[in-house]
Design a protein around this ligand. Structure first.
Ligand code: KG4
Ligand code: ZN
Length: 337
């Protein structure tokens, strides 16, 4: 069964065809990332405009690369939440029109469920497992009980890990996205050069808080500027990255222990981070747990992950009408559409 997936929740316009939830037949991505760089972050209006310009060509290319036409497609899966509302609406509007015109079912997909599904196209892992979902907008520990049954065990109370990395990167005057730049320059620095506090969220061992760590970076940089001192940026980047990764993994490890999970999975844009990948590997080895992380090309936003999750949702009876809306926020374990 071939599913066409469409993704436009942030600055990537993407379409893909995936067979039976796991076999990627095509995966096309157009991004407006370079246009956002000079602003230090995604400008929603620019992203929406570029989605509107690119989407039909991207979908056409995805069908062409997969060597198929809409006749071969069983259903159209689309990211409908969460994300930038203007961006989401372009994908949802296009998917609705296409599904209606071609008389195909329309399957709404939650973006973070899609990130989790990026592991189904990179490996043969099956639920149940415990997943750390770390992206620009979210940091969640999720019990994945089945392909369509999820429970959020912990989440960030303020900034997401990716957001904190991006903001810290901006303070260090590194190129956007800061997470990528920090990963790139950290090997040149000493990760023990700066000491960061270990944030704890009261009465909640699995929740995260990253805004305090980000503020420490801002204070270090501003204090140095005021005193006219220079800072070793690779040292600061490496130390900050270490503190974010330690924090992510420490709660993830506690949750796996407490809930008895031995299959661990990581997903989302930040899962591309080399320190997170290597430290998670060590942690799982030490505990005798298995670890699954997406291939690098499926860590960031893509539509193959949406087509994959769309397949499992569709098999579970999920489909939407032509009045499907897009939502900027939506919990991944309690959907409405
Ligand atoms: O999942 P994603 O592509 O988009 C959202 O759904 O938010 O995640 C984007 C986030 C950004 O914050 C970016 O800085 C971060 O993922 N990111 C990384 C790396 N690659 C992307 N963070 C750390 N290290 C990386 N290698
Ligand atoms: Zn994402």
């Amino acid at each position: 069964m071939k599913i066409l997936g469409i993704e436009s929740s942030c600055d990537e316009t993407a379409a893909a065809v995936v067979e039976d939830g796991r076999k990627v037949l095509s995966n096309v991505i157009a991004t407006s990332l370079n246009e956002h760089k000079i602003y230090g972050g995604v400008v929603p209006e620019i992203a929406s405009r570029r989605h509107a310009e690119s989407i039909s060509g991207v979908v056409e290319q995805a069908l062409k690369d997969a060597n198929c036409t809409m006749d071969d497609i069983e259903a159209v899966a689309v990211t409908y939440a969460p994300g930038l509302i203007g961006s989401l609406l372009v994908g949802v509007g296009f998917a609705k029109g296409l599904a209606l015109a071609c008389e195909k079912p329309l399957v709404p997909v939650h973006h973070l469920r899609g990130h989790i599904a990026s592991n189904y196209i990179s490996s043969d892992i099956e639920p149940p497992f415990l997943c750390l979902v770390v992206s620009g907008g979210h940091s969640h520990i999720v019990a994945v009980k089945s392909y369509t049954d999820f429970e959020v065990i912990g989440k960030t109370r303020d900034d997401a890990a990716g957001e904190a990395l991006d903001k810290a990167g901006r303070t260090m005057k590194l190129e956007y996205p800061g997470g990528v730049s920090i990963d790139r320059i950290s090997p040149q620095g000493d990760e023990n050069a700066f000491a960061f506090p270990k944030p704890r969220v009261a009465n909640s061992p699995y929740d995260y808080s990253f805004s305090g760590l980000k503020t420490v970076v801002i204070n270090i940089v501003h204090n140095a500027e005021q005193k006219g001192e220079s800072i070793n940026i690779p040292d600061l980047a490496a130390s900050f990255q270490k503190s974010v990764v330690d924090c992510l993994l420490s709660n993830f490890e506690s949750a796996a222990r407490d809930f008895g999970y031995t299959k661990l999975v990581i997903a989302g844009g930040v899962s591309a981070n080399s320190r997170l990948r290597s430290q998670a590997e060590k942690m799982c080895k030490k505990n005798g747990w298995s670890l699954t992380i997406p291939e690098l090309k499926y860590c960031g936003d893509n539509a193959a992950m949406i087509a994959s999750q769309g397949y499992f949702e569709y098999k579970n009876g999920v489909s939407a009408q032509e009045n499907l809306n897009a939502y900027a926020t939506m919990p991944l374990d309690n959907l409405h559409y």
